[in-house]
Design a protein around this ligand. Structure first.
Ligand SMILES: C[S@@+](CC[C@H](N)C(=O)[O-])C[C@H]1O[C@@H](n2cnc3c(N)ncnc32)[C@H](O)[C@@H]1O
Length: 276
């Protein structure tokens, strides 16, 4: 009989290996700068995974984002790792044994971030945070992104799952989109403005809900989301995201970075350049 507790590694593509490298490089630079300024800076991994994955390419075991963060020197003041999957948190707990400053949560990050974790990154407490928002699909609530921007203390990396969005929501025939799929995107995007942004409106063409609307390209949707991070969430420094592509050159997701600091943006632009 199969063991229900047996842990199987997630298999990750080359695009995820690149994402891990980008985040690792920035976390290292971030820690050096923050330590020099005397801040209490924390690392938050909201969709942490189990800490180790298998490469799709060659079956190698690859350290995940939380394990990479634990290796950063100087270390972060605190680590907060969240995953809704109990097996992932159990697997991760083995990697963090004996570390008092690591907090594990087997919960939905959309609740735990707002209620328990973000309050530990208050400006008035002289705290700062680096937060990784890396869902596989549309599992994130805009309220989390907006609150991170409002706090003014948090830098985020954000995975915008364009493949999930294209497959389930931004269909060429908008009449075929299921209501709950559209609602998932609205929750991630923060309001319904994605409908008009993602389809060309022309006096000759009917609008959303009819089958003749013209779907816009990924780049239009990605740029509109970048603008929302700036004008609605209140991040002042948001470079163009890096499109993470699979072997067939299809974009799986966009990796965004958002911060309040120009210097942070320059560091990330520099890192992005190496992978574009
Ligand atoms: C892309 S993986 C994370 C990989 C990890 N960041 C890394 O690079 O090593 C996404 C993870 O999010 C978890 N997840 C999905 N929905 C979630 C939610 N609402 N709250 C917390 N974790 C969630 C999944 O169980 C999965 O482990």
């Amino acid at each position: 009989m199969p063991n229900p507790e047996k842990y199987t590694y997630d298999k990750i593509g080359i695009w995820s290996e690149i994402k891990l490298e980008i985040i690792r490089k920035y976390a290292q630079a971030y820690s050096k700068i923050m330590a020099g300024k005397g801040f209490k800076y924390i690392y938050i991994d909201a969709f942490s995974g189990g800490g180790r994955h298998k490469s799709k390419k060659d079956g190698r075991l690859i350290d995940g984002s939380p394990v990479n963060a634990l290796a950063v020197e100087p270390p972060f003041f605190e680590y907060h790792f969240i995953d809704i999957d109990r097996k992932k948190i159990n697997a991760l707990s083995k990697a963090v044994e004996g570390k008092d400053n690591v907090h594990l949560y087997n919960e939905d990050c959309n609740t735990v971030l707002l209620e328990k974790v973000f309050p530990r990154a208050r400006w008035t407490d002289y705290r700062r945070a680096l937060c990784i928002l890396d869902p596989y699909g549309l599992h994130l609530d805009w309220e989390v992104i907006r609150t991170a921007g409002e706090l003014k203390t948090i830098d985020i990396f954000l995975n915008f799952p364009i493949m999930d969005i294209n497959m389930n929501v931004l269909r060429h025939d908008t009449g075929k989109v299921e209501k709950d799929q559209a609602a998932r995107f609205t929750r991630f995007w923060g309001d319904e403005s994605w409908r008009e942004i993602s389809y060309k409106s022309s006096p000759q063409l009917p609008l959303w809900g009819d089958c003749d609307t013209i779907k816009q390209g990924n780049d239009i949707v990605a740029e509109a989301f970048r603008q929302r991070l700036i004008s609605v969430a209140g991040f002042t420094n948001v470079p163009r995201p890096i499109p993470m592509k699979n072997q067939k050159k299809a974009t799986v997701y966009y990796l965004y970075f958002a911060s309040q600091k120009p210097v942070a943006m320059h560091i990330v632009k520099d890192i992005f350049k190496r992978y574009t």
